[in-house]
Design a protein around this ligand. Sequence first.
Ligand SMILES: Cc1ncc(COP(=O)(O)O)c(C=O)c1O
Length: 389
Amino acid sequence: MNFDQIIERRGTHSAKWDNMEAFSGISPDEGIPMWVADMEFRAPEVVQRALQKMVDHGIYGYYGGNDSYLDAVQWWAENRHGWLPPREGIYVTNGIVNGLQLCLQAWTKPGDGVVIFTPVYHVFPRLIRAQERVAVECALVQRGDRYEMDFDTYESQMTGNEKMLVLCSPHNPGGRVWSPEELQQVADFAKRHDLILVSDEIHCDLTLPGHTHTAMTRVDPSIMDRLVMMTSATKTFNLAGGHVGNVIICDEKLRRDFAKALASFGGSQNSFGQVMSEAAYSPEGAEWLDALLVYLAENARIFEEGVNAIPGLQVQHLEGTYLAWVDFSGTGMTPEEVRTRIKDAGIAVNDGISFGKGGEDYQRFNLATQKVRVEEVVRRMRAAFSDLQ
Ligand SMILES: Cc1ncc(COP(=O)(O)O)c(C=O)c1O
């Protein structure tokens, strides 16, 4: 577990490194990639051993025998998050985006409104629009160094055409770990407007010390007939290429609807993703994760202190995820100028505008990298905005 070790990823089919120049115009030879939400760390040994066993066996046929995977999902949810998912309500998809697409298919039709709290993971609005649904962007409000929800405003945005709410919990970008009270407000809102509530909890394990994630299933028993929860080991343990996710549903009727959408999708299970995830959802995986969270918290501290010291820049305080959301509005610069300065500094980031309404003045930085790189990014940012200091 050496998170300080620099591991070469160029030329390994890494989206973050091998698509960087095309995406940002920054060469991976000099630049530092802080975009795509995966990590620069090797997955835990327990995962490597499980994969090695597959390689030694050497046969890569279709996956079957789901029981041990479901055991692992249940064990993890109960031990890390204090709730036991119903075994027969766990559907395995080819990742969370795939799960969301199936939810849209199961419970909405073209033209229906889907509520999202923006800025939010850029794939939500993209997917909603690609499915010809309407993304109803309910803007989060920045209070101090964190986002909050503003239900009075959201009430006035509802037209009656909305059928679904997609929540990102913890929140990407912005790094909020929503409190039980905030989640109760979301549940009440979903009930009031008769919305299916899809809670994307892919970042649920990535809470920094001092913050606790609350699974949506624990918030309000009266929403089980409208709740769909999504979890995955892929973000937690850096297994994103394994493309596997869990869609967890308690209600019988919702299960039937989802099973129908899943059957029409025609996909089948990804053996690599499931073998890796099953191995990771274990005591050894938990130990690795605890060490990772301490490392990420230190990276967040270095980044927040360093970047907040530049006048006009403000980092939203990271409670969860490893994605730092930086507000440049205090610089008085146009987003174009901010983008140019960061690009010229050789830092590849995600542009705030892609996360929807409210993201215009922000840039997202991925801190799941070696500490020396975070320190170097802080140095480059100081130099890029030196005229403000
Ligand atoms: C909120 C959220 N949901 C889903 C995903 C991607 O999930 P998957 O790779 O399982 O499709 C991400 C990746 O960053 C994310 O941040």
